[in-house]
Design a protein around this ligand. Structure first.
Ligand SMILES: Cc1ncc(COP(=O)(O)O)c(C=O)c1O
Length: 434
């Protein structure tokens, strides 16, 4: 090429949640039955969509309007519904004009960082959901700047770390919160959120709060939406969507809510850029926006969500009971969403451990695949080859902590327990193999 056409952030774009599928597919060809524990798709794991939700979607589709473009910011009735919900449930005023729909939050995340000034950085949690950390790093052409979630303290964020990184790095313009969190299942306590808001206030930062799992908390810590604690001065973007809560990940429907936009002219200009960028794309998926007020506004919705979260809570307890007994691992019980992250203590993993694999073709393949990978990915690959269970190494979540993430999505409770037991016994054998 006459000119270098490679984006400065090209090396930052990694998504191990799907990356690991390449190896799983190959193992499947070699005869291994894969248990997919890598991706957070309730539908793929067998959760049934209630008939009443299907009826609403089918009826909505009968309206020709659902086949057309929608307004750039989103269907007016959907935005009015969300604004009314904020007022009713939290006494928070949100102008429907400050809501902007996207083709899923993946699209929102990409646009939010792409149209941020190159030098402006958003500091995010570590471990981190890779769509955020990769998109932010790619926008800057430099590694994502992170604050620590402490696995020995229920995965709560280290506030001192946030404060120091903000204080000593003037390029930090914003703080990202993923609440409830993926991959840890942690819920940010209200007092922690208030502290983060006060750091933002003190240093003139904006906040991004990804709340895609907002209704899926089930632990002791009640989920507090950011808009309940930001007051009327700290600029913020709250992200919500239909993927996990309905669940309807295939709808590709998520939105951002912009708070305190006019408290800072630069933030207001940035927020306008996001609308302008969406305008170039015309609009986002219409059908789910038309169905949204009828689904979320339905009296059956709360009960439907409660039933699901109750199931996740039980599975989290089942997994905790097993993982907490394994020496050498840290496994804080999640309080929300449908993930469980397990960390190996320092020096528990080395680059030599293995699991017995009887099929020579599978063994040869995996021995090639583990060359040069991180210690936790080595464990994950051996686990998959030996048991068929496909989890995601924690190193795929922009962290040095060795570990893995599984889901709490398996609808067959016996199968779930069986998978947890398989993982636990593999950990025991692996760490003592040499
Ligand atoms: C924290 C978080 N944000 C955003 C997304 C993307 O969701 P969507 O399906 O709306 O693109 C996910 C998906 O797993 C997620 O875990």
């Amino acid at each position: 090429m006459r000119t270098n056409i490679v984006h400065e952030g090209a090396d930052e774009l990694t998504y191990e949640i799907r990356g690991i599928v390449r190896v799983a597919e190959k193992l499947r060809e070699l005869g291994i039955d894969i248990v997919w524990e890598n991706i957070g798709d309730p539908i793929a794991k067998g959760e049934r969509v209630p008939e009443w939700i299907k009826d609403i979607v089918a009826e909505t589709m009968r309206d020709d309007a659902s086949f057309g473009y929608s307004p750039t910011k989103g269907v007016a009735a959907a935005r009015a519904f969300i604004a009314a919900e904020r007022l009713r449930e939290s006494d928070v005023t949100l102008d429907p004009d400050d809501i902007l729909f996207f083709n899923g939050l993946g699209d929102a995340i990409s646009i939010v960082y792409t149209y941020l000034r190159r030098s402006a950085r958003v500091i995010g949690p570590c471990p981190a959901y890779p769509t955020h950390s990769s998109a932010e790093a790619a926008h800057a052409g430099a590694p994502h700047i992170t604050y620590t979630l402490e696995c020995l303290k229920n995965w709560y964020p280290n506030l001192e770390d946030i404060r120091n990184k903000v204080r000593y790095n003037p390029l930090v313009a914003g703080i990202l919160i993923i609440n409830p969190d993926n991959p840890t299942g942690m819920v940010y306590p209200k007092r922690v959120l208030k502290e983060i808001v006060s750091i933002a206030r003190e240093y003139g930062l904006f906040l991004v709060s990804d709340e895609t799992y907002a209704r899926l908390s089930y632990g002791r810590e009640k989920m507090t939406p950011l808009y309940e604690v930001i007051g009327d001065d700290v600029p913020a973007i709250v992200m919500r969507g239909l993927s996990k809560e309905v669940p309807w990940p295939g709808s590709r429907c998520g939105w951002i809510e912009v708070y305190n936009k006019d408290r800072d002219p630069m933030f207001a200009r940035y927020a306008k850029t996001l609308v302008d960028a969406k305008t170039l794309e015309v609009c986002s998926t219409t059908l789910p926006q038309l169905a949204l007020p009828r689904i979320i506004g339905d009296p059956r919705f709360a009960g439907h969500v409660r039933l699901r979260t109750e199931g996740y809570r039980k599975k989290a307890d089942t997994a905790r009971a097993v993982f907490s007994k394994i020496p050498g691992v840290i496994a804080p019980c999640p309080e929300s969403s449908f993930y469980y992250s397990v960390v190996f203590e320092d020096r528990v993993l080395n680059g030599e451990q293995t699991l017995p694999i009887s099929d020579p073709a599978v063994r040869e393949y995996i021995e090639r695949e583990v060359a040069g990978v991180s210690p936790d990915k080595r464990f994950v690959l051996y686990l998959m080859a030996a048991t068929g269970v496909c989890v995601v190494p924690l190193s795929g979540f922009n962290t040095d902590l060795p570990g893995f993430r599984m889901t709490l999505l398996e609808s067959d409770v016996k199968k779930f327990k069986n998978t947890v037991d398989k993982i636990a016994s593999a950990i025991r054998r692996y760490v003592t193999s040499c």
